[in-house]
Design a protein around this ligand. Structure first.
Ligand SMILES: Cc1cc2nc3c(=O)[nH]c(=O)nc-3n(C[C@H](O)[C@H](O)[C@H](O)COP(=O)(O)OP(=O)(O)OC[C@H]3O[C@@H](n4cnc5c(N)ncnc54)[C@H](O)[C@@H]3O)c2cc1C
Length: 416
């Protein structure tokens, strides 16, 4: 199945070409093993910058990188685009929508999806932000709502179209709220001179009492002050429970009329048949070596070690991927396994132009210095020289011209 060339080497199958899967594949480069990566997409997506695609700051191809070209030229490395449905650990096979594939070692790195916590009205009405197509759909929604608002003669309906409600005060919600506010403050009034942008509201609703809970209280406060200075309507202790009759419902019945609900409030691990994913957030339970069972590993957003739970961030996935790659080689060579130890390299979130917060060890930085740091770190981690150039170009253009030029509505035609 899958036309994988026969090999005298044992086979490692990696499910997922995100941060974790790629790190594992790179660590296995000199292993002498056959490596097969399966992903339902043919590209690696740089999720930390999705919000910039959604708000017209970056073009989608700048944060997507074809998996085949990242790993081309590697001996006995094979990529297959397929959707994995399950794993049979007894028979050592991965099940996909188009057939089965045998493995000797398995690395599950399939990440997570948006969690609506069972609220079906919200799932049906809201825009998530977990992939490039969702970022593009959100960008289209923003400009469709503005175009409709421009034509609309009913004041109430116009208000609904101009209300953008973001739910979730983590880094994604904060970054999106800041970028949308900047778009409104600096860019959109030039495109829509007949629309009164003092009526366009960017709301950020957070269930807990502070934004950026993973950061220190000082950084949370700085973030709140900055967002409010930029004109974002931030509501804390505002728990969204429903979307009904065109309005977002929070805290037992309070309403914000809005045609634009953006959901950035939680993730749930992607699901496969055959693996125990009963831990919090539907995650797969792993041990201190990232193992699920014999020769089966899980890493990144999809995995949790209940003894020492870690945040679902890129650094955890990357470091676990490297650890698992090394441990597969250790197993092959009969050596002892290395325990996984996470090295926290810090956290950062951008709030807007020249505004960010960064925490590295005991160092707390905010404002321009944190913003520059944020730019450099993200550039460093984007794959591919061309992509780095594209991102740098888009950022430089926006910074100098105060413009975000990628404001076209581009929608795929329905397939016949
Ligand atoms: C909007 C946003 C902003 C973020 N910002 C930051 C940030 O600033 N800093 C940070 O550290 N982290 C950030 N994160 C989190 C970070 O992106 C994740 O922690 C990281 O991507 C997890 O890596 P992973 O390898 O586990 O999964 P992913 O990178 O999500 O990769 C999973 C891969 O598996 C594939 N896949 C999924 N299901 C299947 C299937 N059934 N069959 C085949 N393939 C499948 C997917 O196509 C994908 O390529 C952000 C996430 C989002 C959504």
């Amino acid at each position: 199945m899958y036309n994988i060339p026969t090999s005298s080497s044992r086979r490692v199958v990696i499910i997922g070409g995100g941060f974790g899967g790629l790190a594992a594949a790179k660590a296995l480069r000199e292993s002498g093993l056959q490596v097969v990566m399966i992903d339902s997409n043919n590209c690696h997506q740089f999720q930390p910058l999705l919000y910039q695609v959604a708000t017209s700051g970056l073009e989608p191809t700048a944060i997507a990188f074809p998996l085949r070209s990242i790993l081309r030229g590697r001996k006995d490395f094979h990529f297959r685009m397929a959707y994995v449905t399950g794993v049979d650990v007894e028979r050592c096979v991965v099940m996909t929508e188009t057939g089965e594939l045998e493995y000797d070692y398995l690395v599950v790195a399939a990440g997570a999806d948006t969690n609506y916590f069972g609220m079906s009205n919200i799932e049906a009405a809201s825009m998530p932000l977990k992939s490039i197509d969702e970022a593009l759909a959100l960008r289209n929604r923003i400009y469709r709502s503005l175009e409709s608002a421009q034509k609309c003669e009913c004041v109430e309906e116009q208000e609904r179209l101009l209300n953008f409600v973001i739910v979730g005060g983590g880094a994604t919600g904060v970054e999106l709220a800041g970028a949308l506010a900047e778009l409104r403050n600096r860019v959109l009034p030039r495109d829509f001179p007949d629309l009164d942008f003092s009526r366009m509201k960017v709301w950020l609703l957070n269930a807990s009492d502070r934004l950026l809970e993973a950061f220190s209280e000082k950084s949370s406060e700085k973030c709140l002050t900055d967002l409010r200075a930029m004109g974002v309507d931030v509501l804390v202790e505002a728990k969204v429970s429903d979307y009904a009759d065109g309005a977002v419902i929070y805290n037992d019945g309070q309403r914000i009329e809005s045609a634009n609900l953006i959901w950035a409030s939680g993730i749930i691990a992607n699901k496969f048949e055959g693996l125990d994913n009963t831990a919090r957030g539907r995650r797969i339970v792993i041990d201190e070596y990232c193992r699920v069972g014999e020769r089966v590993f899980a890493i990144g957003d999809i995995a949790i070690n209940n003894e020492s739970p870690l945040p679902q961030v890129a650094q955890v996935a990357i470091q676990q991927g490297r650890n698992v790659g090394r441990n597969v080689i250790n197993m092959e060579r009969g050596r002892a396994l290395e325990k996984f130890v996470y090295k926290n390299k810090g956290s950062m979130a951008t709030i807007g132009r020249n505004r960010a917060v960064a925490e590295i060890g005991r160092l707390r930085v905010s404002g321009f210095a944190a913003w520059v740091l944020w730019l450099f770190v993200h550039l460093l981690f984007i794959l591919g020289f061309r992509n780095k150039l594209l991102v740098m170009w888009d950022w430089a253009w926006s910074y100098v011209t105060h413009d975000q030029p990628l404001r076209s509505i581009i929608e795929a035609k329905k397939r016949r």
